[in-house]
Design a protein. Structure first.
Ligand code: ATP
Ligand code: MG
Length: 261
């Protein structure tokens, strides 16, 4: 059964989506069967993989909420799409997913919807990555409940750790009440700029203050990483020899070398 990883940080623009897409892509290129679940109504992981979201008939919403009474109208297999990368599949998000917050607020077993809908396809994948929105709402809680591991991207910027204690609280509540098997794999430092002292200071501060593991591999600020999504491609395809691509490969190796998947 595939391991499920959620990339989460309620702070916006810290590199959640970039990390999901690029870890998933390297894992797929390494021969693992990989699924990305786009649980963010912004749909950045979907468009970053070249999916035309407006043309989609179904998305994660139909699998999580679906009908007006809150009962799902599609199974995971029905919403899974192939991507341009072999072994890499996607459950996309359209703007419909923005309605999930409201619709799920009255639904039964609302925190477990994602876990339940992924259950039938977990055996089909070695790794599943969930991309979450910049909030700690019901979609993020669903992701935590559906996951084995959490990875927290932290941007090397001022106030890097702002909100992290709130995030750890929510993870703790999810562990205590809904998913006792959930583990924090670690934090990953993103958008490190080697030309500034700030990045260095922030990285040192995070390594000193963050109470969980911080991965050795640091993701640099790299223009190709920012460009790749507009071509609908992960960096490993768009610019395989760029620093961004290489660092994400190193991160992939670091996170998954001991993994049984
Ligand atoms: P949101 O909270 O809105 O979902 P996010 O946490 O998913 O954001 P990303 O979308 O991955 O963050 O990154 C934010 C922006 O920064 C994007 O435009 C992305 O292309 C760019 N970006 C991410 N990582 C890097 C990097 N290492 N170097 C340069 N640009 C990056
Ligand atoms: Mg995102």
């Amino acid at each position: 059964m595939g391991s499920v990883y959620t990339l989460i940080n309620q702070k916006g623009g810290v590199g959640k989506t970039t990390t999901v897409v690029n870890l998933a892509c390297w894992a797929a290129l390494d021969g693992r069967r990989v699924l990305i679940v786009d649980a963010d109504p912004q749909g950045n992981a979907s468009s970053g993989l070249g999916v035309n979201r407006k043309a989609l008939e179904r998305c994660a919403y139909d699998m999580l909420v679906g009908a007006p009474d809150g009962s799902p109208t599609a199974t995971a297999s029905e919403v899974i799409l192939k991507t341009g990368v072999e072994n890499l599949m996607l459950i996309p998000a359209t703007l419909n997913l923005a309605g999930a917050d409201m619709a799920l607020s009255t639904a039964i077993a609302r925190e477990r919807r994602l876990r339940q809908s992924l259950e039938p396809v977990r055996d089909d994948f070695d790794l599943i990555f969930i991309d979450t929105p910049p909030s700690l709402g019901i979609l993020s809680v669903n992701a935590l409940v559906a996951s084995d591991f959490v990875i927290i991207p932290i941007q090397c910027e001022y106030y890097a750790l702002e909100g992290v204690s709130q995030l750890l609280n929510v993870i703790g509540i999810a562990q205590a009440q809904l998913n006792p098997d959930l583990r924090i794999a670690g934090a990953v430092l993103t958008m490190y700029d080697s030309r500034t002292n700030l990045s260095e200071d922030v990285a040192a501060e995070v390594r000193a203050d963050f109470e969980h593991h911080v991965f050795r591999t640091v993701i640099p600020r790299n223009v190709q990483l920012a460009e790749a999504p507009s071509y609908g491609q992960p960096i490993a395809i768009y610019a395989p020899s760029s620093r961004g691509a290489k660092r994400y490969y190193a991160l992939y190796k670091e996170v998954f070398s001991d993994d049984q998947a």
